[in-house]
Write a protein that binds this ligand. Sequence first.
Ligand code: F6R
Length: 363
Amino acid sequence: DKAGHKHFMAKEIAEQPVVLANTLANYLTANGEITLPDPGIDFTAIDRLTMVACGTAYYACLTAKYWFEQIARLPVEVDVASEFRYREPPIPARTLALFVSQSGETADTLAALRYCEGKADKIMSVINVPESSIARESDLALPIFAGVEVGVASTKAFTCQLTVLLMLVLKAAKARGTITDTQMADHISALRSLPALMNLGIEQGEAMQSTARKLAEARDILFLGRGVMYPLALEGALKLKEISYIHAEAYASGELKHGPIALIDKSVPVVVMAPRDTLFDKTISNMQEVMARKGKVALISNAAGIEEAGDGTWAQIKMPDCPDIVAPILYAIPAQLLAYHTAVAKGTDVDQPRNLAKSVTVE
Ligand code: F6R
């Protein structure tokens, strides 16, 4: 049932504020404690994490790496499952292996998990399907409570994965003493503000539609982001190529001058994901290098960011102000909606893109 939407993907994007509030309710107590299912995990007994996944779930891991390292001071390695499983990576003592999968049945991710059995101290997973193989074979499986995701392109599962991962990071930080009570309270209230912020983000649909109609004419599109926005740029590019079939690539904005800037000319739109945060000035200086070469910049930022750097850009998408910590979760909305509206403008089969399956159970 598409609940009045034209596509399941549109429905699943729109329901994120409600779905995510439910995910939060499953992990947060009234007084702001984060509870994990039994048997829980002792974060003082591990020194590092290795995270493994595919596709969008892999980008959720990449985002979580920034959080785990900055907030819980835990070193994290992230890999795509198809590479990890055949590399025979050494797994040092006191390693937590963490697998992220919507379906819980992705063949490469499951094989990577089995490789870690008997090597990692603990095997954990973040899954949407509690009865799945990956959930069953983990010491601890954290459900994301996204509900059934029908659209082949993952949307609500991604934001719910990020939300559960962030709560896990906060839990780890608390156990390891790397976060103050005030910081913890701020982060919890940031999480609680997310459903309302996402609603405000979704209300910017009009600006996203008009930008998408312009993107639909392009042959190649670049996405740029820095810090936690880099994995979001990767996710925006993946979503766009999956459903609109337009070639899209994402780069960490600092990498631009190491090669990809050679691609820039007046026919290449560049989507820049940059809330007004501590890295904003750096990203904007990369954006200006694009504009100096006539690249068409679509800037996704908050009011302060657009005020400061929006002049002369080709398109602007305004996101509500949000605490830095939850920005990657909020900025998933424009990444998804830009891809969705571009695909609709091109008339492609949004829910069933060619050559793709919802669950990749063969390698
Ligand atoms: C992208 C997408 C895929 C999946 C990937 C992993 O929109 O849906 O990239 O994220 O196939 O699937 P799961 O999470 O089921 O392991």
